[in-house]
Design a protein around this ligand. Structure first.
Ligand code: FAD
Length: 457
């Protein structure tokens, strides 16, 4: 009987899992393996919030596998070396894993392939595990990737997706294999106090409940900051506790304008993945340079710190930054407002903002984070690179009665509706009663600096 190793990476689930399904074909014994590779930390991908969420996911995966008669084998070390070791110990002749498209995943895969070849063991990679449509599958004429979203979305929507597979009914794992203890949240420092729980069980329950309760209102209310009706499924997509293919199928089956608007957002995720796969350097360099000479020096550093700590004096910006610190997650509208404020109003480098987001976001993902930052900074794929979001107008529009600001900026909890977005307009004495900073810069000054820097006037 042949034995197959299934290497789990960003696909921590048992439902709709192509590598698991392929490995189980023919009734093989399998070794479900997860390798904690220090190279992931060194590459800057690890952050306390994501490590905590990952620990939840691994425990949940192990529990699911045990329910099927197996268990998860966890090892720490270089991925290629550890898989090689497990292959030898189990006398396995196949390894199955999700195919990766990011630079890190490709390097890991080629190292693994080399290590396994020497052992006479075959590595099978499977597509559409992490995304709904694999990067590179859709290309426009004359280019290796789509640089504009709408035509990509049109092609993506017409692309047939596999029917999602159920979880296996049972599996057998060789008894003799050693596993390290599963990591836990205990001992991790710097985890946001309001961080959500991870794991496939959580993700599936959240999807069910969101479809039933909020999908219908998503189209109209997805930008309502206080309403908070978006799915919050991004960490589950990031860790693969939900399959993007299954998610799209379920949303399509649910139907209606809300589900359609949601599917369009899920497509943005695939869009950024295919841009990064084709232009890996865009994780750190401008996709389309605008000749920016971002501010540097002591004053710039102080502004960056005030932004990070939610002390810019613009309540909607500060509220969103504090939500990020508290939950390790931020509403998409908040991400747009805070990123625009940093890059265009403060004229600070998008890389500094992206780095801070990645240090906290539980869904922090190089493709989605860096390319959304570039999109907002105007160095990415946005066709209107110089648009600037006015934080006061954004606050009035997307938090009209101020509930979001009051939730996250308790200093201003005594202020109502429009006032809460412009506390500096309050008369002297009344204003002094609120222990809240003055704006770092006036909006017209920020705009003038940006327009000058981009030679727009
Ligand atoms: P929903 O509105 O419920 O959307 C469903 C899913 O669609 C999301 O879970 C997500 O996977 C995908 N999605 C939605 N909007 C986008 C988008 N603009 N780009 C790509 N995918 C999208 N998303 C990440 O997953 N990781 C990141 O590191 C990340 N960094 C961002 C940084 C900036 C500056 C900005 C403006 C956006 C960023 N996003 C990132 C995209 C988006 O903000 C989040 O995906 C979304 O807020 C997650 O909340 P949700 O699951 O409730 O989204």
């Amino acid at each position: 009987m042949t034995i197959a190793v299934v290497l789990f990476t960003s696909d921590l689930r048992v439902h709709d899992h192509p590598p698991l399904r392929a490995a189980l074909e023919g009734g093989r014994e399998i070794v479900p393996l997860f390798v904690r590779d220090p190279a992931v930390d060194r590459a800057g991908f690890a952050a306390p919030n994501r490590l905590a969420f990952l620990a939840d996911c691994l425990r949940d995966l192990d529990a699911s596998l045990r329910g099927l008669g197996g268990r998860l084998v966890v090892r720490t070390g270089d991925t290629a070396a550890e898989v090689h070791r497990v292959v030898r110990e189990a006398e396995a002749d196949e390894v199955h894993m999700a195919g990766g498209h990011a630079a890190f995943a490709r390097t890991r895969e080629s190292g693994l392939r080399r290590a396994l070849e020497a052992e006479g063991c075959r590595l099978y990679t499977h597509d559409a595990v992490f995304t709904a449509v694999p990067p590179g599958d859709l290309t426009p004429q004359g280019s290796d990737h789509f640089a504009v979203f709408t035509p990509y979305f049109r092609r993506w929507s017409a692309e047939p997706l596999r029917t999602p597979w159920p979880a296996p009914r049972e599996l057998r794992v060789p008894a003799s294999l050693r596993s390290e203890d599963l990591p836990g949240r205990a001992g991790l420092s710097g985890v946001s106090p309001g961080l959500a729980a991870g794991g496939e069980g959580e993700g599936r329950a959240q999807l069910r409940s969101w479809l039933a309760r909020h999908a219908a209102e998503y189209e109209d209310r997805h930008d309502d900051l206080a309403g908070d009706v978006t799915s919050r499924l991004s960490p589950h997509l990031h860790f693969g506790t939900l399959s993007a293919v299954e998610l799209v199928h379920r949303a399509r089956r649910h139907g209606g304008p809300g589900a359609e608007a949601f599917i369009r957002q899920v497509c943005w995720r695939d869009f950024h993945q295919q841009v990064l796969a084709a232009r890996p350097e865009s994780s750190g360099t401008d996709y389309r340079s605008r000749g920016d000479r971002w501010r540097h020096g002591r004053e710039a550093a102080a502004d960056l710190l005030a932004w990070q700590e939610g002390r810019t004096g613009y309540p909607i910006v500060d509220a969103a930054m504090r939500q990020l610190a508290h939950e390790g997650w931020m509403h998409n509208r908040g991400r747009l407002i805070t990123a625009s404020f940093l890059t265009k109003t403060l004229y600070l480098d998008w890389r500094a903002g992206a780095r801070h987001f990645l240090s906290l976001l539980v869904d922090g993902d190089v493709a989605n984070n860096q390319l959304n930052w570039q999109w907002v900074a105007g160095t990415g794929t946005d066709t209107r690179p110089n648009r600037v979001l006015n934080p006061v107008l954004q606050g009035r529009r997307y938090d009209p009665d101020g509930a979001y600001v009051r939730r996250w900026v308790p200093e201003l909890a005594g202020l109502d509706g429009p006032d809460v977005h412009e506390p500096w307009r309050l008369p002297g004495l009344e204003r002094a009663a609120y222990d809240y900073p003055d704006p770092l810069i006036s909006l017209p000054d920020g705009l003038a600096r940006f327009r000058h820097a981009r030679s727009l006037e």
